[in-house]
Design a binder for this molecule. Structure first.
Ligand code: AHR
Length: 543
């Protein structure tokens, strides 16, 4: 476009200087050139008869850490709060999360997990000891949200709990007893303790993390040492009665391929899954950039960094393939998302950040990537569910009881249909743009594709397609062919906004919100859509 515009500008200047005849011939030339410049077009062929990998519903998992106001003030206000609640859980947040169909919720951390002693969080709330949250601002917590409160919340939401166990500062006995408390139905000491505290039946707990970031806040260990600890701790995490634990080893961060290598060698199939953490973050200094004030270059940088996760996943998977070619051990990206500067005026260490249309774009692109790798990726948990990092929900914790849903929330809402669907392979032709790297950022091929796509077949035989146009200024004329299938109906939703840094807040809660998308047209079994710049569309198709 810029090229064409400058040529026309040149013509105008020319007109001022030359006679009309010369101008007309030049204008004709320009017209011919214009016609030869292709409109922005993307073409997609989805192979609807192929595809065998299930997109595990757990890919759309959430993470709730004792950090800032994620738990206290976010999910939990206690039964005596003025904020409307059900047994202590905020009603507005419960309702919003129910709509999201949260498949799995990871708790209590994060770094917090390796300093958490679960026994301090059970029994009568007024008798529970306080604790200092050393990882996150030194906040004093009253332990009123503990194991019972968390597992009951999961039941209300219909989400699988994912417990992150303390290896860094806890004992083998402590973790073993926690598993017994949660899952034993026998006449065992911990099951009886649970009964004493009001819960007769065990909870359904399957996912168990054995430590978190054990290379860092979880104990600063070397992979060889952690491997041995994993073997030891996990031995005593028993399968009680009908329960079968899925044991997850604390995995690498980003580019630490050696960690994965050592764990695959030294732990191997003693673990069911291995985690991976990847944040879309500039660096770990205090200047990560504002969540809402950024320029176009920073936007494209963010998209590039976000897309780089695919290369990181491929490399970890390749290492896992060497000793586990049958892909029995899952890769769990149990922390991911954007990490910006904390909002001015908020408590340091509470990681409270706003969430703009840029974050929504990161969410959509990342989910599309995860969906492509479900032969190995078993779960993913965005960090975090309320009030922390790239959250779904922001609450006003001062007592007014307001809540806003973030643009990222709407992406998760629009993607619900992908849960447990079958991933479909496809061919995509789309333009891409080159982006400047910078020292921190060696981007994969240095290219950002204009359109990111993912597609799946749902259990009822219908299809779901997600499309994200990363460009800030170019709409994409897109043709979609469903190879081997006649499309009968199409409907969908779109998430977009005037500016990429638009966000929702308590004064303007619905600025960025999903809307019904009406511009999909079926012509001769080809689906034609124009994807507006900086937009995310999810379509449902029936054949
Ligand atoms: O999500 C915030 C923190 O990021 C987690 O506590 C930790 O595991 C990671 O470093």
């Amino acid at each position: 476009m810029e090229k064409i515009f400058s040529i026309y500008l040149f013509c105008l200047l020319f007109l001022l200087k030359c006679n009309m005849k010369k101008f007309i011939s030049l204008a004709l030339l320009v017209a011919a050139f214009t016609c030869s410049v292709k409109a922005q077009e993307t073409s997609i062929t989805i192979h609807t008869r192929q595809g065998s990998n299930k997109i595990y519903k757990e890919l759309y998992g959430q993470f709730a850490e004792h950090l800032g106001s994620c738990i206290y003030g976010g999910l939990w206000v206690g039964p005596y709060s003025n904020i409307p609640n059900t047994n202590g859980y905020r009603n507005d947040v419960l309702q919003a999360l129910k709509e999201l169909k949260v498949p799995v919720l990871r708790w209590p951390g994060g770094c917090f997990a390796d300093e958490y002693h679960w026994m301090d969080g059970i029994g009568p709330r007024n008798k529970r000891p306080k604790m200092q949250n050393n990882n996150w601002g030194g906040t004093i917590e009253d332990n009123s949200f503990g194991t019972n409160e968390f597992l009951n919340l999961c039941e209300i939401l219909g989400a699988e709990p994912y417990i992150s166990g303390n290896v860094g500062s806890g004992s083998v006995e402590e973790l073993a007893k926690w598993v017994e408390y949660m899952t034993s139905d026998g006449d065992t000491p911990m099951a009886n303790l649970r009964r004493k505290y009001g819960r007769e039946k065990s909870w359904n707990v399957k996912f168990l993390g054995v430590g978190n970031e054990s290379w860092g806040c979880g104990g600063n260990m070397r992979p060889e040492y952690y491997s041995d600890l994993f073997r030891r701790y996990s031995t005593y995490c028993r399968n009680y009665d009908k329960h079968r634990l899925y044991k997850i080893a604390s995995g690498a961060s980003d580019y630490d391929y050696n960690w994965t290598k050592v764990l695959m060698k030294n732990v191997g199939n003693r673990m069911d899954g291995l985690s991976l953490h990847y944040y879309t973050v500039k660096d770990w200094s205090d200047h990560k950039g504002s969540a809402t004030h950024f320029d176009n270059q920073e936007y494209y940088w963010t998209i590039g960094k976000c897309l780089q996760i695919e290369d990181v996943i491929k490399k970890h998977c390749a290492i896992m393939d060497q000793t586990d070619p049958q892909k029995k051990i899952g890769l769990l990206v149990d922390e991911w998302g954007t990490w910006w500067d904390e909002e001015p005026g908020t408590i340091k260490g509470h990681l409270y950040q706003q969430n703009s249309m840029r974050d929504a774009m990161v969410a959509a692109l990342t989910l599309n990537i995860f969906q492509r790798h479900t032969d190995r990726i078993r779960m993913a948990n965005i960090a975090q569910v309320v009030n922390v990092l790239q959250s779904m929900i922001l609450t006003d914790t001062i007592g007014t009881g307001h809540m806003v849903l973030t643009p990222t929330y709407y992406v998760f809402k629009m993607y619900r249909g992908f849960q447990d669907a079958t991933y479909l392979p496809m061919d995509v032709t789309t333009d891409s743009m080159n982006v400047e790297g910078g020292h921190m950022f060696k981007m994969v091929n240095g290219k950002i594709p204009d359109v990111s796509v993912s597609a799946a077949r749902k259990k009822d035989g219908s299809f779901i397609i997600s499309l994200a146009n990363t460009s800030l200024d170019k709409a994409q004329a897109t043709k979609i062919i469903l190879d081997g299938t006649k499309i009968k109906t199409v409907n969908g939703d779109i998430l977009t906004s005037d500016k990429i840094n638009d966000y929702n807040d308590f004064n303007n809660p619905d600025k960025v919100k999903e809307k019904v998308f009406k511009d999909a047209k079926i012509k001769k079994n080809v689906l034609n859509i124009k994807i507006p710049a900086k937009s995310i569309i999810v379509l449902n198709l029936n054949s």
